[in-house]
Design a protein around this ligand. Structure first.
Ligand SMILES: [Zn+2]
Length: 75
């Protein structure tokens, strides 16, 4: 069971979902984010890589693709 997240924002740098610099699937916010993990949203490829590396350092690497968070009921 996923823990409830606070605001939808990049879990690495805190960029708010909806910000123009957030990376969206096919470049359109209505398509959802391009990057995420089982812990939350990621705004960019750089943050995706940073998150992956941090998880590995913490001994809890991401082992499988997480489901699209916007297709889950988080609210
Ligand atoms: Zn970010």
């Amino acid at each position: 069971m996923l823990k409830r997240t606070q605001a939808r924002a990049c879990i690495e740098c805190g960029l708010a979902y909806g910000h123009p610099e957030f990376s969206y699937h096919a470049g359109r916010s209505e398509n959802g984010p391009s990057y995420w993990s089982d812990r939350g949203l990621l705004c960019s490829h750089a943050c995706s890589v940073a998150h992956f590396e941090r998880r590995t350092r913490e001994g809890e690497p991401m082992t499988e693709p997480a489901p699209n968070p916007l297709e889950q009921d988080w609210s």
